[in-house]
Design a protein around this ligand. Structure first.
Ligand code: DHY
Length: 309
């Protein structure tokens, strides 16, 4: 199946005005459009209409993750052949899309063409806040990790790194489609219900990561600074994790590697005794909230959050 790349995420927020303050005024995302219950945002180097949709809803969570595919009709047929029924869907800037629950229940959208908007890449005076560059990756929690990996491999993703649990069983996988350190990370969850841990935006400079903390602290949003700044062992990226005003998590990230030769790449394995350094190369402790909290995902068939009472 010709999935070209990770394209965007649609995240649930309870108050669009407050979310606009957090994501636009503080973090510096660019607004492409605001219509009713939806706010369409993008990073400085994204020419496409949006990479982050904020959707007003009763509680936080993931509405869906979207990928660009080469041929939507062919992708839909291939999904059907896997027993996955995809529903027709439309977004602002995207006329034709399909939406479905992936094999582990992650709400997923495919499209081929999105409207392109103005190019602000070198309009540096328009780069504000943390200067988000582009959506880099998403991080998911699923019950049957092997099943999910098989699906993503079918789409053209390959493994870059993996983490094994105490018993030597696969626990987290990092995969890429376009040759970054990862476009997607998937962790095995003990819960039957799938979850969304975070989305991550690439920034050009470690200074932007520090700025995220300075901006939030000076806006008195200390609780929004959850983890970091630090350097990951896995992927070697420099990072900071933030929680928005609804507790959705967002990471800013830079300085990871790219895979130059896919055919020569050996999956890098991290064992359980390396946990401390896998997560934070400097060995800093990871907050409980980061380890234990994530948000639920919508079931595309019902529009309701899975397993949420
Ligand atoms: C890790 C998490 C990420 C990422 C890269 C590496 C590892 C960890 O913190 O345990 O979200 O992007």
């Amino acid at each position: 199946m010709d999935v070209l790349r990770l394209s965007h995420v649609c995240v649930r927020v309870t108050d669009i005005e407050k979310a606009s303050y957090f994501y636009e005024d503080l973090l510096g995302f660019k607004e492409s459009d605001k219509k009713g219950d939806y706010l369409y945002l993008r990073g400085n180097e994204e020419l496409q209409h949006h990479s982050l949709i904020l959707k007003k809803a009763g509680s936080p969570g993931l509405a869906y993750i979207a990928y660009r595919v080469k041929d939507l009709d062919k992708a839909k047929e291939e999904l059907e052949s896997l027993g996955i029924h995809a529903l027709k869907f439309k977004e602002e800037g995207v006329e034709d899309a399909v939406i479905f629950n992936d094999p582990e229940g992650i709400p997923t959208l495919y499209y081929t063409n999105m409207e392109y908007v103005d190019d602000i890449r070198m309009k540096f005076y328009m780069h504000k806040g943390v200067s988000p560059v582009r959506l880099a990756h998403v991080n998911l929690m699923v019950k049957n990790l092997e099943n999910e990996i098989e699906f993503y491999k079918r789409l053209g993703f390959y493994e870059t790194e993996q983490f094994l649990d105490k018993d030597g069983k696969l626990s987290v996988i990092w995969m890429t489609r376009i040759g970054q350190s990862h476009d997607i990370a998937i962790a095995r969850s003990s819960s039957k219900v799938p979850g969304f841990h975070h989305e991550t935006y690439y920034v050009h400079d470690v200074r932007d990561i520090i700025r995220a903390a300075d901006i939030l602290a000076s806006a008195e949003l200390w609780d929004s600074i959850e983890r970091g700044p630090g350097r990951h062992g896995v992927t070697q990226g420099l990072y900071i994790y933030l929680r928005d005003l609804d507790k959705n998590r967002i990471e800013f990230f830079t300085a990871d590697y790219i895979v130059l030769d896919q055919d020569k790449w050996n999956v890098k394995t991290w064992t359980y005794d390396q946990l401390r350094f896998r997560s934070d190369f400097w060995g800093r402790p990871i907050p409980e909230s980061w380890l234990k909290e994530w948000v639920p995902v919508e079931d595309v068939a019902t529009g309701k959050l899975r397993g949420w009472s």
